[in-house]
Structure formats: structure tokens, C-alpha cells
Design a protein around this ligand. Sequence first.
Ligand SMILES: Cc1ncc(C[n+]2csc(CCOP(=O)(O)OP(=O)(O)O)c2C)c(N)n1
Ligand SMILES: [Mg+2]
Length: 661
Amino acid sequence: MAQVDHSRMANAIRALAMDAVEKAKSGHPGLPMGAADVATVLWSQFLKFDAADPHWPDRDRFILSAGHGSMLLYALLYLTGNEELTLDQIKNFRQLGSKTPGHPENCITSSVETTTGPLGQGVASSVGTALAERLLQAEFGDIVDHYTYVLCSDGDLMEGVSHEAIALAGHLKLSKLIFLYDDNGISIDGPLSLTDNVDQVARFQAHGWNSFRIDGHDHNAIADAIRKAQASDRPTMIACKTTIGFGAPHKAGTSKAHGEPLGAEELAGAKKALGWDYGPFEIPDDVLSAWRNVGKQGASARTDWLARFEALPADKRDEFKRRVIDRKRPAAIADAIRALKDKLVAEPQTIATRKASELALEALTPVVPELLLGSADLTPSNNTRVKQAKDVTPDDFSGRYIHYGIREMGMAAAMNGLALHGGFAPAGGTFLCFTDYARPSMRVAALSHVPVVYIMTHDSIGLGEDGPTHQPVEHLAALRAMPNMRVFRPADAVETAECWQLALENTNGPTVLALSRQNLAQVRTATSEANLSATGGYELIPAPGKAQVSIFATGSEVEIAVAAQKLLEVQGVAARVVSVPSLDLLLAQDDATRAAIIGDAPVKVAVEAAVRFGWDAVIGPDGGFVGMTGFGASAPAKELYKHFGITAEAVADAAKRRLAA
Ligand SMILES: Cc1ncc(C[n+]2csc(CCOP(=O)(O)OP(=O)(O)O)c2C)c(N)n1
Ligand SMILES: [Mg+2]
């Protein structure tokens, strides 16, 4: 077979990127053109993959953190013979229904490892990807043995989350994590010198990485650098000096190459300069077949791997298959939760729901080995650490507890990488208020259907003395507004157990558990086979007779609703209480189910120690709402509830005023 020159292979990427962006009349040609040499060396000489099975569990992961350069990834997938990424898909770049959306989305294109586009997210999630590899190797041995490569840009490294990510990776000595930094000195506004003069190589070294600079167009230098990175005992960042839009006669090296079609003339000039004498989307046979061979290079490694996998003891093999390949949760979750509920009904507990969450985790840990707990430095407050959990350390990856440090977004992004890698159900904690710090990664999880659990404690003014900086008021509404983000706020220990079951059984997206700091009476005192929280809401207390009032409440305010119901009963008003552990899940029920739960009492009142936003869907614009209208204050919790008027009396009054109207 005739050898095809490296630069012709790289030019195939450049040409496809130019042509696809030109046809779509939008997109980013600059990065694929600049990073084509780096990508060609990596994919043709190092990346362990088999295009025939893009989901082979032990493939090297390639994460394009600079998602705007998506055509680089699509070109590589097409050229190497990935069946999903046909030439037609490239021609349909950025069109509705294509496998080639503007930025890579793992839930649209199954061969894309992770959704990127918000700069920094790929860099940060890759820490979880590389960590998953270490953890699984500690558990399953050498059937897990791969690298995680990240192609990142100036923007990725300017984003704050990159700090959290590289600090965590450096601390954990994730030596199989390799960053290829597209060091082109250009961002949208112009040369980087407008805004930044960080010495990135020194910065990474300060974070415990191995890092150095190379010429990103010199394929021998690139190959040497990757070999050095592979041999390192630390994660490695290779700063690859490149020219954005390499080959474009006027736009190369300028921000004009970043994010718009080159235009017919510039495109023709670039092809001429690159010696690429072919029409739009045309790849000459020799180049295509060289790339197709790259796609087949990993076939024998995969066959070997399959043989080693088959030779594993049956229980290990089945467990690996369940967790990493089929990604199914254990059936034993339901039994463990039912047993816990029975125990709680037999011996009711007045405890904070954060403590109830710990009880649920104690029950779940033995039956859900993929559960990977952790906290952003609030372990004793979040109650995330169960007795069984051992810490993960740089020298021992056999543990199941991660101290993420004070890095909320870094944690949430790493959890995305851990879950997407396969093998783990990550669950990480912080205060509910600090979901703001994690939100960009939480949004990526929701958008790209990543099953992770956020253990968010201190969920209202009920946290008390820490005051308004720590008291969430708008967070529940904000999280409920996010599509595919499930939000639970359980009322007691029984509901907390039910919500944990629902969180772990939801493999289609992320879940927030909003948990109280303060103790709550157990309102669920009867045994129930069924998971009552599964419809988002249910009638906790029926009205004595025909209901005149429905009271809706979540979490810590359910006991207030229960007290209000009693007050009203004494005054001759028949009220029912509906517990709503998940408002979003209730609203997502079919019309009949939702209507039955909401009921037809003429007066509706909701109570939640948060803002009203979102509740009108249940109580209507004229319904009564008892909650917060502004920020909280620093004082003991009980005083705050009185001060802000979140009391049983206020709920009963709101109902009576409406009955009288
Ligand atoms: C969080 C976030 N902020 C802003 C953007 C918009 N954006 C896309 S690329 C980019 C910067 C481009 O510079 P660089 O990362 O160096 O990429 P290059 O132009 O070199 O390809 C920006 C600001 C984004 N995608 N994500
Ligand atoms: Mg740049």
C-alpha cells in the first residue's frame, strides 16, 4: 500500500471543514484547519479505537473541548469510516435532524464522547473521564486501560472552570489524561494579547502537570510529545503552537478565520495553497483509503480485548457488562428502598432530610456498586459520606468517595465525564444555593441526558444563621425551569428514600435532591408498597368530607401544611394536603393523572419557603402562596419562618380569605 503523506491526510480535514462551513453558510473553519496536524498525528498514530465499534469500552477517549471546532471531529469520524458519520451528514452540517449539529452533542451523535460548546466544559468533564478509567481499572483490572485525550483552545483555558479541573486532575495525578492545547493566540475579539498573557505551560506545571510547548504543525514533534505524555506519571498538557485557519491566504492567523465561512475566493485560495486540487467534499481515493485504514488499525486490539473480556470470571464480566456496556441499574434498588421505608414506618424518625439521605445511601451502597459519592468540601454538612465509603486518593483508586474540593462546577463537570465514561452513578454534594456555581455543567448534563445526582442540602431559610448568602430562594424555580432536570424536595425520611430510588432509576438525565438542614417530623407513617413520589405529588392527607381547600407543599413545609389542615378542620373547613416532592414531575404527568392529584377543591394554596415562580401552574394566578418574596436573613430557623410568615396560621388564613371571597 502506498504511503499517503501526513499533510495530505491533514488537508482532507481542512478541506471538509472549509466545504461544510461554506455550504452551511455558518460554522468555524479556523480550528479544524489549525489543529488538523495535531489531530492527524493523534488519530493515525496513537488513538486506540476501532471505527467498526465506536462504543468499544476500552477505546481511548477523544474529547473536543473547543466544541466550535466540531467539523474537526465530524471529519475525523467520517474519514475513519464511522458508520454514523457519512459524507451526507457532513454535507448536512448544522442542519435540522443531522448528526452534525453546530457543536458536538453526545445524545445526537452516539460517537461523540461528550457535549461541548460552552468553553471549559470538555476540559472539566475530561477529568471525570480519566478518573473513571483509573477507578474501573482498580476494580476490574487491565481490561480497562486507555487514555483520555482532550483538544482544547485558548477559550477553554481562559474559562475559570479550567482552573478547578486542572487542579483536581493534578492532585489526583491522572497521568493518562493528555491535553493538546491549540495554542493559536487568537480568539474572537482578536489576538489573545488583547486580554490574556498567562503562561499556560507554567500554569499547568504549578497545578502538578507535565507541560511543554511544541510546533503544532510539525508532525514529528507532535508524535514525540504524545509519546512523552504517555510515559508521564502526571497528566500532561502539550501547548501546540498553531496557525488558526492554516492555509487560508488572507484569513490564516487572524480572528477572521474563527467563526464564519471563508468565502468562495478565500476557500479556493486555501485549497490552492494547500495543494488540494479537488472539488467540494471530494476526498481522493488514496487519502480516503489511508484514513479508512486508520479506522481499522484498532481492530486487532479490540479482538484481543474481547477475548480477555470473555475470559473474565463470569460475575466480574456480568457486572462490567451491566454497568459499562448496558448501563443498567441494579434491580435490587427497589427492594432496598422498600425495606428502608418499612423500617422507617416501624420506627419513625424526626431527622433532617440530609440525614435521611445518608440513611438511604447506607441502604443503597451495598446494592449499587456504581454509586460514587462525593462532595465539594461539605462532606459533614451534605451527609454524603456513608460508613462503607473509602476515599479515592492519588495512590489508591479502589475507594468510592471523592473529595472534589471547593470546586462546584469542577465537580459537576467531572460527574458528567464519570457518568458518560460508563461504570458509575456519580452523586455529589454542596449547598443548594451553590448550584449557581455548578449550573453550567448541570445544564450540559440535562441537555445531553447524563444521569448524575446532585445532593443539595441546606435547601431554604431553614438553614438559619448562615443567612441570605446561603439561603436559596429562587434556586428551586430556576432548576425546575431547566428542561430534563428533575428536582426533588422530599418532606421526610420516607420520601427521601423514595426520591433516591427515582434519582438512581432515572438513567435519562440528572436529578437534584434538595434536602433540609433542619430536622423534620416524619409525615409518612403508613406502609406503602408503591413509590408515592413517582408521580411528583400525591394526596398525603385526605379532606374530612368534600375538599374545600387543597394545600400543596414541598419538603420542610409539608409539616406546616399538615398543621394548617388541622387548624382549618377545627374551624370547620375541609382541606386536603398534597405533598409535592417534585413539582416538575407532577406537571409532567398526563392530564388525567395531574388533574386527579391537583384535585377540584375551589381554593388552592401552596406553601414553599422559596419564591412563587412556577406554582401558578398548580394553584392558578388566584391561588394562595405562602413563601418568600425576597432574600432571607441571618437568624435561627424557627424565628425566620415566623419573620417571613411561613406558618400554619398564614396558610390557613390564605385559604379562608379565598373561601370568603
Ligand atoms: C462559555 C462560553 N463563552 C463564550 C463562547 C463563545 N465563543 C465561542 S469560541 C470563543 C473563543 C474563541 O477563541 P478560542 O477558544 O481560542 O478558539 P479559536 O478561535 O482559536 O478557535 C468564544 C468566546 C462559548 N462557546 N462558550
Ligand atoms: Mg484560539
